[in-house]
Design a protein around this ligand. Structure first.
Ligand code: UDP
Length: 335
């Protein structure tokens, strides 16, 4: 085991201790790579780093970055390290630009200095803002409506320019709503505070008197609640491996939406969660959350046609794997 990981090709995973990053490390290890996590553990977890070494460091620390690049000869970088809460970005925009934009710039410079030429970047549907139409394709106007979305769009732009000027090969993956957990239960979502719908619902469903808050039921959708496009975290990670191969083969800069193309309203997600959890959780209706577009659904045609990628898991699988993870976490905390 140790011998084979010593021989594996190292890939730097910035943010590998986080939710999506840790699932990515597992898939990289299974694909024969050595995932080297670089993470400041501000929102990630030491326990989530299970498939390769952890370098505890911050992208704002150029010495720590340079040191990581000198210790391993990375074949590629996958970059998940970012602050990602929309509301927080509205209150503290400077923190988002420093962390997400300057951090990415430092990473690009370190890659260039070390001659590492392949990058997969974790982007977001938030770059589209309030879309003019759905499903959203990659060439639709990018007009973020919060600093988080802007920070990701600015990072994408920097990456595109590095590709043009320095022969970087890169793919930016615009995720819609990531959900679910490792089907083998080795890692999963653990944010504190948790803001996302599915973990909040499951937490409410499994605690006594738990109820989930539904933000807004007066949207122009069929049942008045927001519609989102949910993708299983393992499907997202599989797309990263395909995008990495594609960028290395084709060269240049590439952008892909990662969604299923199928939207579910908050009320529909709630109904499926209740079917799994003996009719729970109860719901409490609250006003709209600032900055939430009514409908975000991807056109995932490009990823399908160019990468041959299609989600394998549906919403039911996302809820089931997330529930198993959530229940195991709660049991661990209780014992
Ligand atoms: N949402 C909700 N209650 C919650 C969390 C989220 O009603 O406790 C709604 C939110 O307003 C949005 C949808 O669920 O319409 C998805 O939100 P989430 O934060 O999971 O992802 P986002 O779409 O903001 O990235």
């Amino acid at each position: 085991m140790i011998e084979s990981s010593l021989q594996a090709t190292p890939v730097l995973v910035c943010g590998g201790a986080g939710y999506i990053g840790s699932h990515m490390c597992k898939q990289l290890a299974h694909a024969g790579y050595l995932p080297v996590t670089f993470d400041n553990l501000s929102t990630g977890h030491r326990w989530a780093v299970q498939w390769g070494p952890l370098v505890e460091g911050d992208l704002l620390d150029t010495h720590a970055l340079r040191d990581a690049f000198s210790r391993w000869s990375f074949a590629a970088v996958m970059h998940f390290a970012a602050l990602s809460q929309v509301g927080q970005s509205m209150a503290e925009p400077e923190r988002y630009f420093r962390n997400n934009v300057t951090g990415t710039l430092n990473l690009l410079e370190a890659m260039q200095a070390a001659g590492v030429q392949a990058l997969v970047f974790s982007s977001t549907a938030a770059v589209y803002g309030n879309p003019a139409s759905v499903p959203i394709s990659e060439d639709q106007a990018q007009q973020p409506i919060n600093p988080y979305g802007w920070s990701k769009l600015m990072a994408e732009r920097m990456i595109a320019e590095q590709c043009r000027a320095h022969e970087l090969r890169a793919a930016c993956l615009r995720y819609f709503n990531a959900a679910g957990a490792d089907p083998e239960g080795q890692t999963g979502e653990a944010h504190e505070p948790e803001t996302h719908l599915i973990p909040n619902m499951l937490r409410a469903a499994t605690t006594t008197d738990g109820e989930v808050t539904v933000f807004g039921n007066d949207y122009p959708t069929s049942d008045g609640t927001c519609v989102r496009d949910y993708v299983h975290v393992d499907d997202l990670c599989r797309a990263h491996l395909l995008a990495l191969e594609h960028a290395r083969r084709a060269g240049g800069f590439h952008v892909f939406n990662l969604g299923s193309g199928q939207g579910y309203s908050v009320a529909e997600v709630l109904a499926q969660a209740r079917a799994l959890c003996n009719g729970r959780p109860a719901a409490r209706y609250a006003p709209r959350r600032a900055g939430d577009p009514a409908v975000l659904v991807a056109s995932a045609r490009r990823a399908q046609q160019v990468l041959g990628w299609q989600p394998r898991y549906g919403l039911g699988d996302m809820l089931r794997t997330a529930l198993a993870w959530h229940t195991a976490q709660a049991d661990r905390a209780a014992n």
